[in-house]
Design a protein around this ligand. Structure first.
Ligand code: PRP
Length: 187
């Protein structure tokens, strides 16, 4: 697969190259397919917008019957830090009662978004509820959250690409990049 080569002065360096992401997503897909082998269907739930790219690749390497849906949430508070209060902007189209649900996130940082979503989805009585996250920044965690399928543990740096943005840009980059600190510190 060939991706666009974007060289931009805001970007510092590649943290996770596209070929490593591709290999990891394939591995996650294999594990998920094995763990859910024999089930009638799996519902993958992505959290917009960051998970869209990961979701698109992940569902294509899952071999059990899978459908997907998205939620959109907004956290109150400052731009790049979560306050823990989450507002649902778009809910799931259908009920998840008695369904096997896999929550798909691009990144877990403080854990507040994932914690809120898990609490919310649990009240809807799914048959099972697991979490698949591509990037984990454990140093920023404010609340422990269970992650069943994890891609990469990363340091506390501002990352963009493969779905993750800075001011809505860079989501389209095939690699995960570190943004230069000067870019977000100058605001
Ligand atoms: C990101 C990410 C998670 C959340 C993780 O979303 O997609 O949903 O932050 O942070 P937390 O663990 O500190 O709660 P963001 O709010 O940047 O929106 P986006 O997905 O539209 O980029």
């Amino acid at each position: 697969m060939t991706g666009v080569e974007v060289v931009h002065s805001d970007l510092d360096r590649v943290l996770v190259p596209a070929h490593e992401i591709e290999a990891k997503v394939a591995e996650l897909g294999r594990r998920i397919s094995q763990d859910y082998a024999g089930i009638r269907q799996l519902l993958a739930v992505g959290v917009l917008k960051g998970s869209a790219v990961f979701m698109a690749d992940l569902v294509r390497v899952i071999s059990v019957p899978v459908s997907f849906d998205f939620m959109a949430v907004a956290s109150y508070g400052q731009l790049s830090s979560s306050s823990g209060v989450v507002r649902i902007l778009k809910d799931l189209d259908q009920t998840i009662e008695d369904q096997h649900v896999l929550l798909v996130e691009d990144i877990v940082d403080t854990g507040l978004t994932l914690n809120y979503l898990l609490e919310t989805l649990r009240t809807r009585n799914p048959a099972s509820l697991r979490v698949c996250v591509l990037l984990d920044k454990p140093s920023r965690r404010k609340i422990e959250v269970p992650v069943d399928y994890l891609g990469f543990v990363i340091p506390d740096e501002f990352v963009v690409g493969y779905g993750l943005d800075y001011n809505e840009f860079y989501r389209n980059l095939p690699d995960v990049w570190v943004l230069k600190p000067a870019v977000y510190q100058k605001k």
